[in-house]
Design a protein around this ligand. Structure first.
Ligand SMILES: NC(=O)c1ccc[n+]([C@@H]2O[C@H](COP(=O)([O-])OP(=O)(O)OC[C@H]3O[C@@H](n4cnc5c(N)ncnc54)[C@H](O)[C@@H]3O)[C@@H](O)[C@H]2O)c1
Length: 318
């Protein structure tokens, strides 16, 4: 569809994540029009008012919506954040059953109201739900995908930035695989500026040790649990991540982002949605990048695919 002018972003679910995404999108000017829909009408209307009251200080975006699904009508991008949320100590896969049923009901209605939209799943477990949404909508894999490990990769870059003193924007590193317990960093392709991460030396000449890399990978994986334990939800960083993906779509950017779409023979993996570096433009996932994985990364990737496949079977989706 090319660059979208007068673009409309619809956000389904006006909870912690949906409203943070709306707030980030408003401030960043990600879309011309932002519409929120939530089955809790009073909450959605209150959130819309609160956001609208600040629009003097944002760009030219407008905010509307409430408890009527017509809020989604004609949207160019629909972001789905509706669903039950992860409780302290609960794994993302535990949430799956409830959220699959919500999607089974929602997707056909959303496609009818926004037939040309690109659909972005944020609700967890987002990889399973991307595949489920594809199935329930009948849309191709490029038009229904999830935020995947965009947030996890941002966490990784922040941690590497803290370690090296190099700006996050100059760190090129990706978490790939499941957005969840089997995710892992693609260290073989990670760079601090142009320097491969394993060749990096700090001002004292010290390398980042394998133990440090393992520690960083572990911290990224458990980051959400830590935040949820302290404040009950993660919302700001996912709000920013979602707004960034929306911009890549509406501005037809061709940005490389580790979103999660249903793969076809990617390193031998087919039929499950996993995050890999992907080119995102106005068609959604324009393509996935063929990136070399080392032997350990290939093993981890196949383990992630197996975890996703098992949960798809358990949910009757495979
Ligand atoms: N993918 C990621 O990186 C990521 C990061 C953080 C959170 N999440 C996920 O995002 C989801 C939302 O989290 P939250 O903290 O905003 O939860 P929340 O409980 O604050 O908000 C969820 C909202 O969805 C609404 N809702 C539920 N069913 C609905 C339906 N059928 N139609 C319309 N609205 C409906 C609820 O009324 C509620 O307002 C969770 O699944 C969470 O795990 C994903």
């Amino acid at each position: 569809m090319g660059v979208v002018t007068n673009s409309k972003l619809a956000i389904v679910g006006a909870g912690a994540v949906g409203t943070s995404l709306a707030y980030a999108a408003l401030i960043r000017g990600s879309a011309r029009e932002i519409a929120l829909y939530d089955m809790n009408a009073a909450k959605a209307e209150a959130e819309v008012l609160d956001l609208a009251h600040g629009t003097q200080f944002t760009g030219s975006s407008t905010v509307s919506g409430g408890g009527d699904i017509s809020a989604v009508d004609g949207a160019n991008v629909v972001v789905i954040t509706a669903g039950a949320k992860q409780n302290p100590g609960q794994s993302r896969l535990d949430l799956a059953g409830t959220n699959v049923e919500i999607l089974r009901n929602l997707m056909p209605q959303l496609v009818e109201r926004a037939p040309d939209a690109v659909f972005l799943l944020v609700t967890n477990p987002c990889d399973v739900l991307a595949a489920a949404a594809m199935k329930f909508s009948g849309l191709p894999a490029n038009r229904v995908f999830s935020s995947g490990t965009v947030l996890d990769s941002s966490r990784l870059r922040w941690m590497l930035s803290e370690r090296t003193g190099v700006a996050t924007s100059s760190i090129h590193a990706y978490i790939v695989g499941e957005h969840g317990d089997s995710e892992f960093p693609l260290w073989s392709q990670s760079r601090i500026g142009p320097v491969p991460v394993r060749e990096w030396r700090d001002s004292a000449g010290a390398a980042i040790t394998e133990a440090e890399l393992a520690n960083i990978a572990g911290s990224v994986k458990t980051a959400a649990y830590k935040v949820i334990e302290g404040k009950g939800a993660t919302n700001y960083a996912i709000g920013l991540s979602g707004a960034r993906i929306v911009e890549a779509i509406l501005s037809d950017e061709g940005a490389v982002l580790p979103v999660s779409s249903v793969l076809t023979d990617y390193h031998g993996v087919s039929g499950v949605a996993l995050s890999v570096p992907s080119i995102v433009n106005s068609t959604g996932v324009a393509s996935v990048l063929n990136v070399d994985f080392d032997a350990h990364e290939l093993e981890m990737f196949h383990r992630s695919a197996q975890a996703l496949h098992e949960s798809s079977v358990a949910l009757g989706l495979a």
